[in-house]
Design a protein around this ligand. Sequence first.
Ligand code: FDP
Length: 342
Amino acid sequence: MDHAAEAQRTDLMTITRHVLNEQSKHPEAHGDFTILLNHIVLGCKFVCNAVQKAGLAKLLGLGGETNVQGEAQKKLDVLSNEVFVKALISSGRTCILASEENEEAIFVEPSKRGRYCVVFDPLDGSSNIDCGVSVGTIFGIYMAKDKTNPTLDDVLQSGKNMLAAGYCMYGSACTLVLSTGNGVNGFTLDPSIGEFILTHPDIKVPKKGKIYSTNEGNTKYWDEPTAKYVEKCKFPKDGSSPKSLRYIGSMVADVHRTLLYGGIFLYPADRKNPNGKLRVLYEVFPMSYLMEQAGGQAFTGKQQALELLPKKIHDQSPIFLGSYDDIEEIKSLYAAAEETKA
Ligand code: FDP
């Protein structure tokens, strides 16, 4: 009998237990973060169930409304957003919410206010739902300066001030990846007990990867450093093998693979989208935070991604994130392009 394996099977490290363990390292903590996280986890379980039942429940198809980016909303987007907004407000631990699906930030009514600000995309990659590709929820958590008088500036902070970030991927398994600023851990939902169990402790992104991930259909719109980088992936001049291309087109799934296998995920600026496509607050920041916490890097083409200071809640930014060495390469190509301009 494998006693170690047996012990692991019977001594389950649930996400709540993990966060309580982390909390015990901070004697000043009141447990508010654990309560907030429990409400996020509830939202993730609900959405996971809804995504799995989508076809059956006839939830697929257009919801009839258009979101702030002008994209057609699916019913599942609307449903997921409602669930997260209600779960976060009812936690009693939030004061401002910024969601991909709401044009304006939501200020929680005073009687239900807490200290935290949550930025989130309730169902990212939703154009993939109809064909059963993995989608996910992305979230980031900040602390408000003054919970009794929250302002928009509380969510327009630099990514460096994020206290925690994570995503939940609704794929072949339901996987929640979380960082509270002390490394990255992955939890998988065990549907038989309805709990997220620690399955990927202390995730470290490989220092260099063999995969690049981008929408290469945009090549003709790219700037020179991006084009050169992708060319180098395909035709390396140092005798190494070409990198493999993997692109799902669903950020959570592409970033999850990058985190586990290494490599680079890029959604650069291009002539169609000079500010890139992905949203700073609830896509770029949480994923950059996780990547850095796992030992990788995140870069915008100009600066460290977490140093951005968004002006509006739906601001966009180019993003290159992944293995440390791969990001160093793209950084040096942008630095060289700057030098030739000077
Ligand atoms: P989607 O449009 O399906 O919601 O920002 C949303 C996003 O998906 C990301 O999840 C994904 O990485 C990206 O857009 C895909 O964009 P392209 O279709 O332009 O490649």
